[in-house]
Design a protein around this ligand. Structure first.
Ligand code: RIB
Length: 287
């Protein structure tokens, strides 16, 4: 008979398990948990706070030792309440706004800036940004980074940046966003010459549209993705991307959770922040 309420299980809620970024993060979590014989229960919130709340309830009912959560909003009140009921909480891919909750994140403002600096250095003065809603922290921060890069180059975003909000942060969302951009602009007149994508899945969809429309990459349209997931370097035209230390991110977040358990009163909360790194490939740079 299955026994609920085992203390050796940890729950993790990410935005989308279908995104290889989160699969790689989950692998890092699992590897750290395995060292202490903990197991992982994994779920996707789909950026929906109600879905996130439902999973938190289920995890609590299962008696998990703790939860690692990629928050779908900046309201962490439900997580504070959960912690007050005795469930350890660590924020994942987010920085805790309070000192007594640990978190592990990557600096997305720097990531957006790296992408922007690169495209400006490649000579682009009109950049498209296929992004998600700014209420998703990663999207808002990457946008802020892009603005910094444009500002440093003396380019006014009002005329030099065209932002499109994808309906979903995956290949279908990217494909549709690129179709929209092509339908509403004219090459050589008002069409951007480069596109920054909020993640590599979106970039995959953008590339699909460019291929279908016979638009040369990077000649007519340079493309930069984000995450540097496993397929990024393997595409027919390898994708330039902002690399995040995915395995390390998950491993460290799980380590923070388990350390609260093993160190007890000696444990000091930490807001760990990793740095991203730009990997330049053929999609944005004619060799
Ligand atoms: O879900 C949006 C993005 O946030 C992911 O692709 C990854 O970049 C994460 O940080």
């Amino acid at each position: 008979q299955l026994r609920a309420g085992t203390i050796t299980t940890v729950g993790a809620i990410v935005l989308d398990i279908g995104n290889p970024f989160f699969t790689e993060v989950a692998r890092g979590i699992e590897d750290r948990l395995a060292e202490d014989d903990f197991t992982l229960m994994l779920a996707s919130s789909d950026e929906d706070p109600d879905r996130e709340a439902r999973y938190l309830r289920l995890f609590e009912e299962h008696g998990v030792h703790g939860v690692l959560v990629v928050p779908s909003t900046d309201d962490i009140e439900p997580l504070l309440e959960l912690r007050a009921r005795g469930v350890n909480v660590v924020l994942l891919d987010a920085t805790s706004p309070v000192p007594d909750i640990s978190s592990a994140a990557v600096n997305d403002v720097v990531g957006g800036q790296l992408a922007g600096n690169h495209l400006v250095a490649e000579g682009h003065t009109h950049i498209a940004f296929v992004n998600g809603a700014h209420s998703i922290r990663q999207c808002g921060d990457r946008h802020a980074g892009m603005l910094r890069a444009l500002d440093a180059a003396g380019l006014d975003p009002a005329t030099h940046l065209t932002e499109i909000t994808a309906s979903s942060l995956n290949a279908d969302g990217g494909e549709a966003a690129m179709r929209q951009l092509l339908a509403t602009t004219t090459a050589g007149v008002d069409r951007p010459t480069a596109v920054f994508c909020v993640n590599d899945l979106v970039a995959l969809g953008v590339q699909r549209t460019l291929r279908a429309e016979g638009i040369a990459m990077p000649g007519e349209m340079a493309v930069v993705g984000y995450d540097d997931v496993n397929f990024a370097g393997e595409l027919a035209i390898p994708l330039t991307s902002v690399r995040q230390p995915t395995h390390q991110l998950g491993y460290r977040a799980a380590d923070l959770l388990l350390s609260q358990h093993t160190q007890g009163d000696r444990f000091r909360h930490e807001q760990v922040q990793f740095q991203p790194e730009l990997v330049v490939r053929a999609s944005s740079h004619a060799g």
